[in-house]
Design a protein around this ligand. Structure first.
Ligand code: GRF
Length: 210
């Protein structure tokens, strides 16, 4: 599959979905601002009206759509609204930066190869929630983070970049998560840059980078 990009070089747009603290979102804001990648962040979409990511967006002058999950009658209604919001935004790339819900297949199908996610473990190990805790409980000696395209599974899409970090004997969930997070910020911005520079191709399950 080849990547669709719209607009001329230098005018690409990213949309971000985030549910909480938004440190990965901040890394994207900083990367866009410094010119590390050739795009502007068109919009933040969040399911959580309390998300600190909203403040980060406002400070950076980025428009925000708050779709308060709790205010919808059910998941279906929320997902319909989310799909409409994403269609209206229609950037070159959506980045899930700590977005804590699974996208429904209708949304995934609407943006083929145009949604990326950051996950705090070396997939396919430890998908889903509390990946760092899962890694500690399993007893792995190495963990890390993965940037991947989103498909219809949970953290199962084609892998773009992975980075390893050692698990130390004294690590707990918090210390391990903090060290992984430093790498998350690096690999996420790097993957977005590769995408925007049109250096990424998806071949079956494999991501080929030139
Ligand atoms: C990150 O560890 C991300 O990988 C996971 O949730 C966390 C979000 O952190 N999906 P932040 O909101 O980007 O600070």
């Amino acid at each position: 599959m080849s990547m669709r990009t719209k607009g001329s070089p230098g005018q690409k747009e990213i949309g971000v979905l985030a549910s909480g603290r938004g440190s990965n979102f901040q890394a994207l804001i900083d990367a866009a601002r410094s010119g590390y990648f050739p795009a502007t962040i068109a919009r933040l979409i969040t399911d959580n009206p309390e998300a600190y990511a909203i403040k980060r967006a406002k400070d950076a002058g980025i428009p925000v759509s708050v779709l308060d999950f709790g205010s919808f009658p059910g998941k279906g209604e929320y997902e319909t609204a989310l799909g409409k919001e994403m269609e209206a935004c229609d950037p070159d790339l959506f980045v899930l930066a700590g977005y804590m819900r699974i996208l429904p297949s209708a949304i995934v199908k609407a943006f083929p190869g145009r949604i990326m996610n950051i996950h705090p473990a070396l997939l396919p190990s430890f998908p889903g929630l509390r990946a760092q805790q899962q890694a500690l409980e399993y007893g792995v000696k190495v963990s890390g983070c993965t940037v991947h395209f989103v498909d219809e599974g949970t953290d199962t899409g084609p892998i773009i970049i992975q980075r390893c970090i050692p698990v130390e004997e004294e690590d707990d969930e918090e210390t391990l998560a903090a060290r992984i997070l430093v790498e998350e910020h690096r690999v996420l911005t790097e993957a977005v840059r590769l995408f925007l520079e049109e250096r990424i191709r998806i071949v079956g399950r494999r991501v080929v980078i030139r």
